[in-house]
Design a protein around this ligand. Structure first.
Ligand SMILES: Cc1cc2nc3c(=O)[nH]c(=O)nc-3n(C[C@H](O)[C@H](O)[C@H](O)COP(=O)(O)O)c2cc1C
Length: 264
């Protein structure tokens, strides 16, 4: 890989004001300099991609570069015969909070399910750990395609900590870890060939371990203390830089704006 500037650990600036603090309903993007510059990009023209006409590998590359940043589930699971497994998955998100559920999509590689999928099918249990900057190398190492009987834990240098409700251990170094039971697993079948190319795992969260030093005074996670890592395209990761807050508008404000805009 090309030489890049050194990593700066302490580069977070924290919370800033939003891009246009004075924005009101109906105000167009071209009303700010930044907005006008963004719209200039239109002059470069558009590329339209039809998945059915593309090689799957090109779809993979395009989608993982465009759907960013993605949170990463660092999944600890255990096989039916007790082999421990650890691997990162970025096709991951929260599904809902009541019941508290997460989703992880895992590819079947060359027609074969990955160890994580096989383990979750067999034991119906796993732990999703969130990765923080200080142990991204250890976490990345576990994405190695290791034989089934090999545990990535050894290569990673990470520490196992016993879970409370499930058999697979959590990652002790992770400041936010969710013990999950399998809620459902859905095979994602190709509409043309019928082949099950991926498994969508839905997990029901049974317990959450949160390290107290990453909490703010409201008892919630402070993103600048958690320092979580996300996935971008190719082999790129990203971290939380700045954060800004914009209140969700109430309908009273929207209704007023409709009158002002002459659309009421
Ligand atoms: C940051 C990162 C994110 C990844 N996300 C996914 C993913 O969402 N789905 C997937 O199938 N593989 C993903 N992979 C690849 C798996 O981690 C890799 O195939 C791993 O070896 C699977 O382990 P297992 O066979 O022990 O389950 C990702 C790899 C990295 C480094």
């Amino acid at each position: 890989m090309a030489a890049l500037p050194q990593y700066i650990f302490d580069s977070h600036t924290g919370f800033t004001a939003p891009p246009s603090p004075g924005w009101t309903f109906g105000e167009k993007v071209d009303e700010t300099g930044e907005g006008r510059a963004w719209l200039e990009g239109d002059k470069a023209g558009w590329k339209f991609v039809e998945p059915e006409k593309e090689a799957p590998v090109n779809m993979y590359k395009l989608l993982v570069s465009g759907i960013v940043p993605r949170p990463i589930a660092f999944v600890s699971s255990e096989s039916a015969i007790g082999v421990q497994n650890l691997a990162p998955f970025s096709w991951f998100n929260m599904v809902t909070f009541d019941p508290p559920t997460v989703s992880i999509s895992i590819l079947n590689s060359r027609g074969q399910q990955k160890d994580t999928t096989a383990n979750i099918r067999a034991t119906k249990q796993f732990v999703v750990n969130i990765i923080s900057e200080p142990f991204i190398h250890q976490a990345n190492a576990t994405s190695i395609e290791a034989p089934e009987q090999v545990s990535e834990w050894v290569l990673s240098g990470l520490t196992q900590e016993a879970s409370t409700f499930v058999k697979p251990p959590r990652v002790k170094e992770s400041a936010f870890a969710m013990e999950c039971e399998l809620y459902d697993i859905i095979d994602i079948k190709h509409p043309g060939t019928g082949a099950a190319n991926a498994a969508l795992v839905l997990g029901l969260i049974k317990g959450i371990h949160v390290r107290k030093d990453v909490l703010n005074d409201k008892g919630l996670v402070d993103p600048f203390k958690l320092r979580s890592v996300s996935r971008m395209g190719d082999v790129t990761y990203a971290r939380v830089g700045d954060a800004f807050r914009i209140a969700r508008p109430g309908w009273a404000e929207g209704e007023e704006a409709m009158v002002r805009l002459g659309k009421a």
